[in-house]
Unconditional design. Structure first.
Lengths: 228, 150
């Protein structure tokens, strides 16, 4: 006669079956819930760390902006006059004429060239000057171009001297570039000005700036006779 | 055994829950602080725009400063002219980046010697080449020199 399984297992083992099953279920449950909890806590921790980093960036950004708030408008004036957004040839010609008067030389010819794109971000326009006067005054004049805003480079100079006076031809390259159109994301770290950049700013602020005259628009006036 | 297992499970679960709650509170605080800071930064938007513009223009200024210019050659020529004898006439000077070709005219050999003596001591040039040398009885000596900048 065949015995069933319950008959084979001793009563002591039978008594242990229920707690062992409960323990196994508990262990499996614990493992699953620990895994879920661990993942959740790790994700939360990462979120908290990135939030703290973003907060740190914002604190730094606010501090930098508050610190430079007073000075930044003077920085903008200096840099925009040094590198304008549009072709500065007219302003530069005006500057060159004023400088010629101050340096006692005569501008015999002024020729503005067409705009050329040296690079995508920085464009240039050439001005060719004919200068007359004593050679020392011409050299002094050409050296002083470096002190003018907008910024320019002296690309080629030829000086000829006959009895008494000299004549020079110089090619001056002026630069301009479009203004940036986008602000970086709020949480992007802000770049503080370096010591080198502050030095450049202080040099730019010493440049001779073009004098502009702002014409205010006229208000409409009542005509005495509508036919005039 | 079951009791111990149960107790361990409960204690760990409680600790995890506490950790979760504390982290949640900290995260909420951080987000709140961020929002306050964002508002404050928004009020400084004009300053930020100005700073971005300044940084952009400064990068362009650096680019321009790195471009070729004959300013150094002009300054060197100016210092050469300041030291040559007064009887010497500069008839022509062509300045290009790195090189300056200059033609001088001197009336007699004494002035020529003085001119050469004043030029030979120049240290701002890498090399000075004699490009041409001629003598005209009515004008004097005509000497062309090529100065190569350092």
């Amino acid at each position: 006669m065949k015995k069933t399984l319950t008959e084979i297992v001793s009563p002591n083992i039978k008594a242990l079956v229920v707690p062992i099953v409960i323990l196994l279920v508990l262990i499996i449950l614990s493992v699953i819930s620990y895994k879920i909890a661990f993942l959740k806590l790790t994700a939360q921790r990462e979120e908290f760390t990135s939030a703290k980093n973003a907060e740190k960036v914002l604190v730094n950004k606010e501090a930098v902006l508050s610190q430079i708030q007073g000075d930044v408008s003077s920085y903008v004036d200096a840099v925009v006059l040094a590198v304008p957004s549009q072709n500065p040839a007219i302003a530069m010609i005006s500057q060159l004429k004023i400088l010629a008067l101050n340096k006692s030389v005569t501008l015999s010819s002024i020729k503005g060239g067409s705009e050329s794109t040296t690079q995508a971000s920085l464009m240039s326009a050439d001005i060719t000057l004919g200068i007359e006067g004593p050679s020392v005054a011409i050299i002094d004049y050409l050296k002083a171009i470096n002190t003018l805003a907008p910024l320019s480079t002296l690309n080629r100079v030829k000086i000829n001297q006959s009895v008494g006076s000299a004549r020079a031809e110089a090619v001056i390259r002026t630069y301009f570039s479009a203004f940036p159109t986008k602000l970086p994301a709020m949480t992007e770290p802000i770049k503080e000005l370096t010591a080198e950049e502050k030095e450049i700013l202080s040099k730019l602020s010493q440049l001779t700036v073009p004098s502009f005259i702002n014409l205010t628009p006229q208000t409409p006036v009542m005509r005495e006779s509508p036919f005039d | 055994m079951v009791t111990i297992g149960m107790a361990l499970f409960v204690i760990t679960a409680a600790a995890a829950a506490a950790y979760f709650v504390i982290n949640s509170i900290n995260l909420k605080d951080s987000i709140k602080n961020q929002n306050i800071l964002k508002e404050s930064i928004k009020s400084l938007e004009k300053t930020e725009q100005s700073l971005i513009l300044t940084v952009d223009r400064l990068s362009k200024v650096k680019e321009i400063n790195g471009k070729t210019s004959v300013l150094k050659e002009l300054e060197n020529l100016s210092s050469v002219l300041a030291t040559i004898p007064t009887q010497t006439t500069l008839t022509e000077a062509v300045l290009n980046r790195g090189t300056t070709d200059v033609t001088f005219m001197v009336e007699n050999s004494t002035d020529l010697t003085q001119l050469m003596a004043s030029i030979i001591v120049r240290t701002e040039y890498q090399r000075i080449d004699l490009l041409s040398f001629s003598f005209n009885p009515s004008l004097g000596y005509i000497i062309s020199l090529g100065f190569a900048s350092k």
